[in-house]
Design a protein around this ligand. Structure first.
Ligand SMILES: Nc1ncnc2c1ncn2[C@@H]1O[C@H](COP(=O)(O)OP(=O)(O)OP(=O)(O)O)[C@@H](O)[C@H]1O
Ligand SMILES: [Mg+2]
Length: 511
């Protein structure tokens, strides 16, 4: 770092119909620094990054690169100037192979101008290895990979390109701790080589771990830039929300022994995914599932809902045997499910926010055979307000909302559906810290009303804060049950990594 600015934003503005996403934003990024950009959902972070990556044109203002004004008229131009981005919404091509995706648009050519397959494979392999992903098969199609693997691949794609400025828009949102560690090691190497990194994350620990300086945006406006050493988390959060934060919940008391079991799972198994899974969920309970990515949590809970297959085992709902082969069976039995892969399984991108909210319970709103539009609108409005969904109107197509706000809509859908048993897979991923606290409060409220909730999260802290009990999975099996009142983050991580609390030496001494 030589203290000069590589990038300067001068009065950048960008509006969309009904929203001023960026309002005269000015600040500078120094050469070689890791510069974090934080702000609530909808603050304008992704919009600003898309402008630097050439995907959006600003309505006003200038961008200076190395002291000179530049026009980044498209992504190609931005790449040509050494600016690469890992977008918040994955944009891999599912039908193409891992290697093809990594080098998309920069395929090595031989002297005849034909794509050089050998060099392509070699370079893709090197890039993956540098992220600790040697295990991924280069010829495999991307659609068969897990979300976390796809996320790592997306990162690999940006790294394969030798850039001066690397933009990462929530790269860790779907990564487990282990992958995050690999990513951070790689980022530190790039940092040492002098790459400038713009880093967006809702995870404060991460931001404080990695960044040199932190810029806060609020409602499309620049609030301030702080050097990391001089900043505290409280201060940054205050700047983000402009007031003090809603209280984080702290450890619910385990007071559920007497309650009846609403869901009894016995000996569930699926070859190669999970085996001999048995547990009970009690009425009013919040049951957490911890584990590393690949531990089998998503596959297990998806199979309980009938969205994914299983080979063996029985499920009882409210004491009655339940035959669930399909999500429709599960919904009839009173289950609701917020999947992890919301983009593929969760949203109807071209439909309105309102329809996306009310779709699963339209039947409830049906009087005779006509949908009661007024009731639909009322419940939509109520839910949107409860979760503070930021949208110019309920008619807005959901794809136009910021990433975090899309999540809130999907979540609100199931909160309004009347399901008594809710299965939430990473429900707060990508949701800002304040909205997250609100969602936590809401989940607790639902449990207090008598609903029963199963929740997967890669954030152990979150599980400890809101769950009554936590089951830890490793390699497809439940290795332990812990009470959130007594367990620590370290206990759970150790169980998830090693399956026992034995003090093996962790690979990374930091954890
Ligand atoms: N293509 C678009 N069309 C219409 N509105 C948009 C579009 N892109 C962004 N917006 C709006 O601009 C505002 C800023 O969105 P942006 O995606 O930049 O937020 P963000 O800070 O990245 O939020 P998050 O943390 O949820 O990802 C939001 O109100 C969003 O709805
Ligand atoms: Mg965003």
């Amino acid at each position: 770092m030589d203290g000069t600015n590589i990038l300067e934003f001068v009065e950048i503005s960008k509006g969309f119909p009904g929203v001023q996403a960026l309002d005269r934003v000015s600040f500078a990024v120094r050469r070689g620094e890791v510069h974090a950009i934080v702000g609530e959902n909808g603050a304008g972070k992704s919009t600003l990054m898309k402008i630097i990556a050439g995907l959006y044109q600003p309505d006003g203002g200038e961008i200076h690169l190395d002291g000179k004004p530049v026009v980044l008229k498209d992504a190609h131009r931005a790449l040509g100037l050494g600016i690469a981005m890992v977008p918040q919404e994955l944009n891999l091509i599912p039908e193409m192979s891992v290697a093809e995706n990594i080098l998309l648009g920069m395929e090595p050519h031989n002297s005849l101008g034909v794509v050089d397959r050998n060099r392509q494979l070699q370079r893709a392999g090197e890039t993956l290895a540098s992220l600790g992903l040697e295990g991924v098969n280069l010829g495999q199609r991307v659609k068969g990979l897990s979300v976390a693997q796809q996320q790592m691949l997306q990162i690999a794609r940006a790294l394969a390109f030798q850039c001066n400025v690397l933009i990462m828009d929530e790269p860790t949102a779907s990564l487990s701790e282990r992958e995050q560690i690999a990513l951070f090691e790689r980022l530190r190497m790039l940092h040492e080589k002098g790459t400038t990194i713009l880093y967006i994350s809702h995870r404060m620990e991460e931001v404080f771990d990695i960044s040199d300086r932190i810029t806060v945006l609020r409602d499309g406006k620049f609030v301030g830039t702080l050097p990391r050493e001089e900043a505290t988390q409280d201060e940054v959060v205050r700047m983000m929300i402009g007031s003090t934060m809603a209280d984080y919940l702290h450890g619910r008391s385990a007071r559920l022994e007497m309650r009846r079991a609403v869901l009894e799972v016995r000996d569930l198994g699926r070859q190669g995914h999970f085996h001999e899974i048995s547990f009970d969920l009690h009425q009013g309970e919040i049951l957490g599932f911890a584990g590393l990515v690949g531990a089998g949590r998503t596959e297990l809970l998806g199979s309980i809902f009938g969205a994914l297959p299983r080979d063996t085992g029985d499920v009882r709902v409210n004491g009655q045997p339940a035959t669930i082969h399909h999500p429709a069976d599960a919904i009839k039995a009173g289950l609701g499910y917020v999947p992890e892969e919301r983009k593929r399984l969760g949203i109807f991108p071209e439909l309105s926010v309102l329809t996306n909210t009310t779709i699963p319970f339209l039947r409830k709103l049906q009087r005779m055979t006509v949908i009661d539009r007024r009731a639909e609108r009322q419940s939509g409005e109520q839910l949107a307000r409860r979760l503070r969904v930021q949208t110019p109107s309920l008619e807005q197509r959901i794809v136009k909302l910021s990433g975090g706000n899309q999540q809130k809509v999907i979540l609100s859908r199931w909160l309004g559906s009347g399901a008594d048993i809710l299965i939430l897979d990473e429900p707060t991923r990508g949701i800002d810290i304040n909205a997250k606290a609100e969602i936590h409060a809401l989940i607790a409220e639902l449990a207090d009303e008598g609903k029963s909730i199963i929740m997967i999260s890669s954030e152990i802290q979150e599980l400890l804060a809101i769950c009554d009990r936590i089951l830890v999975m490793r390699n497809g099996a439940i290795v332990s049950e812990v009470s959130s009142a007594t367990a620590t983050q370290e206990d759970i991580l150790r169980l998830a990594m090693f399956g026992s609390e034995a003090t093996l030496q962790p690979a990374n001494p930091k954890i």
